[in-house]
Design a protein around this ligand. Structure first.
Ligand code: PRT
Ligand code: ZN
Length: 293
């Protein structure tokens, strides 16, 4: 019997495409591109990737064509907020593609909470999420659904206000707009359908998810080593950013000084090293972590 292959749908090209491939490669999967550019197969595991439009990823997963999908939470949430959509399960955030779905308006717009939107036209490519937001806020406004280039709507007098994705804010600024309120915080997420798959596929999902978690946990995490006076340990534990209890080992021939090792989940800045030195630490080393599980 041939082994069933796990299918993962990823964006073909766009903001999430490269980062999705990077995560899969970093999880140890060797990718071979198909001749058509529409798929990859994994050389060292029974996994195939389908490369599709991001908007199609939820449908691929809901219909069982793919077992997993990597897609922006905004795309999923827009679908979930619409009529007749089978819900999908968000397994984990993937740590890239971060953005916000925000209400934005021309700089001179006087905003005093969502009620200020009453009676206005709001242009968006996310009509379902916007409708849900307005209903929650008890605001009656007109939704103008666009396919893209939402930021030009106020200038074209199509709408007074927009609701669009923002990451750096440069697009809003270039169009004389400012964000007023966040409707949704988004990033790329791993999704699956709620139904239980075959035992083989369920096992593959568990294993792939554990590897992705490991890759994401090790991103930004650092291994910090130093020597420190035993008496400074409480102070040093306090300074180490996002570390659990450090490992403390004796140094040969020294009773007063120990070696301290810790995994820091947050960035270790020069300021942190200076603070550690100030607390009496010496020979401080900060090392990258390749894998963590
Ligand atoms: O072809 P396909 O349909 O697959 O791609 P697409 O054009 O629909 O999507 P794409 O590649 O633009 O975005 C894919 C996903 O990236 C989105 O669904 C979000 O989850 C995520 N993402 C993260 C963003 C942004 N940041 C983002 N800034 N998607 C779009 N934008 C746009 C935004 O709409 C606005 O036009 O970028 C502009 C604002 O950017 P800043 O940096 O100027 O604020
Ligand atoms: Zn799209």
């Amino acid at each position: 019997m041939t082994q069933k292959r796990l299918h993962i749908a990823i964006q073909k090209s766009g903001r999430l495409a490269e980062k999705s491939l990077d995560l899969i490669r970093d999880a140890g999967f060797r990718l071979v591109k198909s001749a058509s550019d529409l798929a990859y197969s994994v050389e060292n595991a029974p996994i195939d990737l389908w490369c599709v439009r991001d908007d199609d990823i939820p449908t691929f997963v809901a219909d069982g064509v793919a077992d997993l999908g990597m897609v922006g939470r905004n795309v999923l949430a827009e679908r979930a907020a619409g009529p007749n959509s089978a819900p999908l399960v968000e397994l984990m955030p993937l740590g890239f593609g971060r953005c916000r779905l925000s209400i934005a308006a021309p700089l001179n717009f006087a905003y005093a909470g969502a009620k200020s939107l009453s009676g206005l036209r709001i242009a968006t490519t996310y009509p379902n999420l916007l409708e849900k937001f307005l209903a929650e806020q008890g605001v009656d406004a007109k939704i103008v659904t666009m396919r893209g280039a939402v930021e030009v709507a106020p200038r074209l007098k199509l709408a007074e206000v927009i609701c669009d994705l923002v990451s750096t804010g440069a697009t809003l600024e270039a169009n004389g707009l400012a964000p007023l309120q966040t409707v949704l915080e988004s990033e790329a997420v791993l999704v699956r359908a709620p139904r239980v798959a075959s035992e083989e596929i369920e096992r593959a999902i568990q294993s792939v998810t554990a590897r992705f978690r490991g890759v994401i946990a090790s991103q930004g995490a650092k291994y910090v080593m130093m020597n420190a006076p035993r008496s400074a340990l409480p102070e040093i534990s306090r300074i180490l950013p996002g570390a659990d209890a450090p490992t403390v080992t004796p140094l040969a021939g020294r009773d007063d000084v120990v070696a301290v090792h810790a995994v820091c989940q947050e960035s270790v800045f020069w300021e942190t090293l200076e603070a550690l030195k100030g607390a009496g630490a010496s020979a401080i080393l900060v090392l990258p972590i390749e894998k963590m599980m």
